[in-house]
Design a binder for this molecule. Structure first.
Ligand SMILES: Cc1cc2nc3c(=O)[nH]c(=O)nc-3n(C[C@H](O)[C@H](O)[C@H](O)COP(=O)(O)O)c2cc1C
Ligand code: SF4
Ligand code: FES
Length: 561
């Protein structure tokens, strides 16, 4: 075939060739800007989310030019960059021709405790009162500050008990940065004997002796699943190294704020516990996955990790602090691992379990922040700090995050056999003018129980016969002024927003449930069928537990629907 019969496909060498490869080209200026932001860091695939954060922080959004430049710099396809950037709520992807968001963003929490405290009116007043070209007002899920509801985040400054006036004052003062609370620093912690137990273990310790102590204490995973903590170490060690440790600091279950409570006061109890667990499984590296909603904690941890490195207690780079980007599902351990690898937070199918195939395909020990806090206390003070506490036939202690209609919301460390009556009493009783009606025992995944069921110890295994579970012990108390059906709808809206979307029963089921639950009279047979499909065919705990608020409202509050 003669060359000129296939114009545009073959070139004779005399004509004009393409100046560039096919596809979207990068712009020199955008590439330079991205290179400056990334600095000398290695362009590793797992750092993608960290790099996207750098661009979002600097420019307030992600332009098509910057994303293309990042793809070039990391030698990744645009599709890979785009699918990650568009997965996470804290990234603003702005396509060509679109207007970037204004410089300032307010996120108003609309999860249950904040809704009870008037979040909807607050959001509307802010939207009506502020100039949308200067400030945008978005709704957002629980920020882990339910004890000071309603809460919002102005830039990265959280405003507790928020009002329009408080927001206006903060904007005028340009107060958009996190406020760092007083906490126990490394030197203070060391003065109280901190890190001695770790050093002794490293010098002459026997990991099985520590494991025995943890098992004897009865400690179970405090992220929600309640798996016996010491046992997990054995599973991870059974797989050949290199192994990793990953800390789950995502704390996204609405109503939960216990991890933040401990991290903002005594971060080294957790850090020492983490290093003990890492030592026990001979982890090559410890990753901390911390939610982006906790900017003060991120700063505290960055500073204290640097202090640990300077003191020679950990090699530089051994602890790798990673920042989430606003996705509840990344609290599910396999989704968290995907996110640590720089990908979308989609839960993996199991088996294999993360103890066998975790970060970068290696055996990984995953623990919740508070679990590690207790590992340290058990190592330092002995297993009896948990095993000697008995109440209502249950053993141990539980950090209940309490919010809603109580006098003094907060974190209460109580015996694990405590009932809702004990928890309300510890929280100063019901708020004035409110009579106890119902409660969420452990996050929205645990549904709602009526006030009449007030004698159940709120612990692992005790709630299952009632179609519920303790999860992260996030207790929200409702009163005679609240409707259970509204609370259940709030919970399903949360699951609808946060479903990662990879399985149809969960993605479509949450959306359909929200629609059905808005009807004055619920179509209960249809909702029942939907719940069964979601429970049976969802691959992770989000879709499996999302029906709980629906089923429990139908069972205990049928007069409302
Ligand atoms: C939808 C979903 C969300 C979760 N969110 C969290 C979380 O925010 N923090 C956490 O520690 N565990 C969370 N978990 C539990 C983790 O998958 C995992 O069991 C836990 O981090 C293990 O640590 P532990 O044994 O110390 O509890 C979640 C699980 C599911 C199914
Ligand atoms: S159950 Fe829902 S959140 Fe979990 S993997 Fe499926 S779609 Fe994603
Ligand atoms: S901070 Fe609003 S519900 Fe938790």
């Amino acid at each position: 075939m003669a060359l000129d019969e296939r114009k545009g496909v073959w070139k004779s060498g005399k004509g004009k060739g393409r100046h560039t490869p096919k596809g979207r080209q990068y712009e020199d200026q955008a590439l330079q800007e991205v290179q400056v932001l990334l600095g000398p860091q290695p362009r590793e695939r797992d750092l993608l989310i960290e790099f996207v954060h750098l661009i979002q922080d600097e420019y307030g959004h992600l332009s098509a030019a910057h994303l293309r430049a990042l793809a070039e710099e990391m030698r990744l396809s645009m599709a890979e960059i785009y699918e990650v950037a568009s997965f996470y709520a804290h990234f603003d992807v702005v396509k060509e021709g679109e207007t970037p968001p204004p410089a300032l963003t307010i996120r108003v929490c609309d999860s249950l405790s904040c809704e009870l405290a008037g979040a909807a009116n607050l959001q509307k007043a802010l939207q009506d009162g502020l100039d949308p070209s200067q400030v945008r007002v978005l709704r957002a899920p629980c920020m882990g500050r339910c004890d000071t509801a309603p809460v919002l985040e102005l830039g990265h400054n959280h405003i507790d008990h928020a009002t329009v006036e408080a927001v206006e004052r903060a904007i005028a003062a340009q107060a958009t940065h996190p406020i760092i609370p007083d906490y126990e620093t490394l030197s203070e912690y060391q003065q109280n004997g901190g890190y001695r137990a770790l050093q002794e273990l490293r010098q002459s310790g026997d990991w099985e002796a520590l494991q025995d102590k943890v098992l004897a204490s009865g400690l179970r995973g405090l992220g929600g699943a309640g798996f016996p903590s010491g046992k997990k170490w054995g599973f991870v060690r059974a797989n050949e190294g290199p192994r990793y440790l990953a800390v789950n600091g995502d704390e996204g279950e609405p109503g939960t704020f216990k991890d933040r409570y401990y991290l903002e006061r005594m971060p080294h109890l957790f850090l020492e516990g983490m290093l003990m667990a890492a030592w026990a499984v001979e982890a090559e590296k410890a990753f901390i996955y911390m939610r982006d909603e906790y900017p003060a904690v991120l700063k505290i941890l960055a500073d204290e990790i640097a202090a640990l490195e300077a003191a020679g207690l950990v090699p530089a780079g051994y602890i790798d602090l990673r920042r989430g980007a606003g996705a509840y599902i990344c609290g599910e351990e396999s989704a968290m691992i995907e996110s640590i690898e720089g990908k979308r937070g989609m839960p993996r199918h199991r088996p294999p379990f993360v103890a066998q195939v975790g970060i970068f395909g290696r055996p990984t020990l995953v623990h919740n922040v508070e679990t590690l806090h207790w590992v340290c206390r058990i190592a330092r003070e002995g297993p009896q700090i948990l095993s000697s506490v008995e109440k209502n036939g249950r053993t141990g202690l539980r950090s209940y995050s309490v919010s809603g209609r109580v006098q003094n919301p907060g974190v209460y460390l109580l015996p694990a056999g405590s009932t809702i009556t004990d928890i309300i009493a510890a929280s100063g009783g019901m708020a004035q003018g409110h009579a106890f009606k119902a409660y969420q025992p452990g996050g929205p995944s645990s549904g709602l129980l009526p006030a009449s069921m007030n004698d159940i110890p709120l612990d692992f295994d005790t709630l299952q016969p009632h179609g519920s579970f303790i999860g992260s012990a996030a207790v929200v108390v409702l009163s005679d002024q609240d409707r259970a059906r509204d609370a259940a709808l709030n919970m399903l809206r949360f699951f609808e927003d946060e479903s990662c979307g990879q399985c149809t029963p969960c993605r479509v089921g949450c959306e359909k449930a929200v629609k059905l639950m808005q009807s004055e009279s619920w179509d209960q047979p249809l909702l029942g069928e939907l719940c069964t499909a979601m429970q049976d065919a969802s691959i992770c705990g989000l879709g499996q537990a999302a029906p709980n608020p629906i089923l429990m409202t139908m069972k205990h509050f049928s007069d409302e629907i």
